[in-house]
Design a protein around this ligand. Structure first.
Ligand code: ZN
Length: 362
């Protein structure tokens, strides 16, 4: 029990400290999740509370970067190697300047690893499936929250030839970076620092206001998806990735003079790129949040809030065994103390009697 509590506390500390140091990686995912949270129905809020660890109190943003943390030795020194299989699930590579997402060719459907499209389909189904045990469904929820965020960062569907913009290097306001990081962290970090007193909570407030005003009329369109079996839970990742592919050709991979960027030439970007691309970053954060909320609501609406896992997980069983054995041990200890107290009490009283006797004789 102690080790369970202490490992939870350590994880919480890591998450809090990581959040305060890094930008979009965790800020962006937390913003998407927080926007989604405001969309949840009462039933969905109960459902996520039931499917997340107790210390989150049902706050989906708290573990929205868990799928990134588990991958690296600095955030998961104990078993980061065991999670490497999940690396492929965060993105999909599209063909250079094809400007479309070719679902069959781009996502590696034949391998078990697939891509962000396949992972969204897979974890949506797993979250809705009561045949999965509690641990598997909790994992599914954490992955789904993260991957729907990833699917809205255009460079998570970037070009194959430059590894989603990671190989395109250059400068942003004279600081060295690469195109992928620019979209993942650098632009949003600048926005929060310059315009929101370095407080992500104030930025969230602003995005929610934008959602309710500027984008209010788009919400039903964004959550509408009529394609194939993806539409069952509104998890239309194919559509979302197609939007990324178009954005990449129109804006992401073009410099301030509208020229294509590539690995062969370092970019020099500043105010013009920032002013024109930041609204796209914000729209994608809001879209991701709205769609994530809609997917969770749809799952809960379809399977029911009391859709408990039928299987009992090994983890839960181990925890209950540990708690029961601790309680038994406590009862035994209390019992032992009670018995030994009982045995020692008459001795003391007979000594007292002897003492009082000796007093009386004096
Ligand atoms: Zn990711």
């Amino acid at each position: 029990m102690f080790s369970y509590l202490s490992s939870t506390t350590i994880l919480l500390c890591i998450l809090i400290s990581y959040n305060s140091v890094h930008g979009w990686g965790s800020d962006g995912h937390a913003l998407v999740a927080s926007i989604a949270q405001t969309f949840l129905t009462d039933e969905s809020s109960t459902f996520v509370r039931n499917h997340l660890p107790w210390y989150t109190s049902g706050n989906i943003s708290m573990l929205s970067s868990w799928p990134d943390f588990i991958l690296y030795p600095d955030t998961n020194p104990v078993d980061y190697l065991n999670w490497q299989w999940s690396k492929q699930l965060h993105f999909v590579d599209t063909k250079d300047w094809a400007c479309v997402y070719d679902r069959e060719a781009d996502c590696n459907w034949s391998s078990g690893q697939q891509c962000v499209d396949g992972s969204i389909q897979n974890y949506t189904k797993r979250l809705a499936d009561s045949q999965q045990d509690d641990v598997q469904r909790q994992e599914a929820l954490k992955f789904l929250v993260h991957f729907i965020g990833d699917a809205h960062q255009p460079l998570h569907a970037g070009f194959q030839g430059d590894r989603g913009g990671n190989s395109i290097r250059g400068h942003f306001f004279s600081k060295q970076t690469n195109l992928h990081s620019l979209w993942d962290t650098v632009m949003i970090e600048r926005r929060i620092t310059q315009d929101f007193h370095s407080q992500p909570a104030l930025y969230l407030e602003y995005l929610l206001k934008q959602m309710k005003t500027q984008y209010a009329q788009n919400i039903s369109d964004w959550t509408n998806c009529s394609s194939s079996d993806e539409s069952r839970y509104l998890a239309c990742a194919t559509l979302w990735i197609a939007e990324d592919a178009k954005l990449n050709c129109d804006l992401v991979y073009r410099d301030e003079n509208n020229q294509p960027m590539s690995v062969s030439k370092e970019f020099e970007l500043g105010q013009t790129y920032y002013n024109t691309r930041m609204p796209i970053v914000e729209q994608r954060l809001i879209q991701g949040g709205v769609r994530l909320g809609a997917v969770i609501n749809k799952i809960v609406q379809t399977v029911g809030v009391n859709n408990k896992s039928k299987k009992f997980s090994f983890g839960a069983t181990a925890l209950i065994v540990a708690i029961v054995s601790q309680i038994l041990l406590l009862i035994l200890l209390l019992n032992y103390r009670f018995i030994s107290k009982k045995e020692s009490t008459p001795k003391r009283s007979s000594a007292n009697q002897q003492q009082s006797k000796s007093f009386s004789t004096v």
